[in-house]
Design a protein around this ligand. Structure first.
Ligand code: FES
Length: 89
């Protein structure tokens, strides 16, 4: 399958909505992972890099404290970040 580069633009200003896709799972950094709290992927990554685990990130951001629908996605993302960190020299 060929690589596809997708650019999302804000139609009113023609500015890109999504500008970076350098997270562990190659999804947009401004992707909202927890819709109940509005917690974005890049915020979760920053807190992980500061040493927070899932419970601390939940307390800090409010993620996982609503419907719980984001739990699997956030846990999977944190696992990917942990795996990447383990592989670093
Ligand atoms: S989407 Fe995260 S708690 Fe509801």
């Amino acid at each position: 399958m060929p690589d596809v580069q997708l650019t999302l633009n804000n139609h009113s200003s023609n500015e890109p909505i999504c500008t970076s896709m350098d997270t562990a799972d190659n999804k947009p950094t401004d992707d909202v992972m927890c819709h109940c709290s509005g917690t974005k992927r890049d915020n979760i990554q920053n807190l992980f890099e500061q040493g927070m685990d899932m419970h601390a990130i939940s307390r800090w951001t409010g993620a996982l404290s609503g419907c719980g629908g984001c739990e699997w996605d956030i846990a999977d993302f944190l696992k990917q970040l942990a795996d990447q960190k383990k592989d670093r020299p």
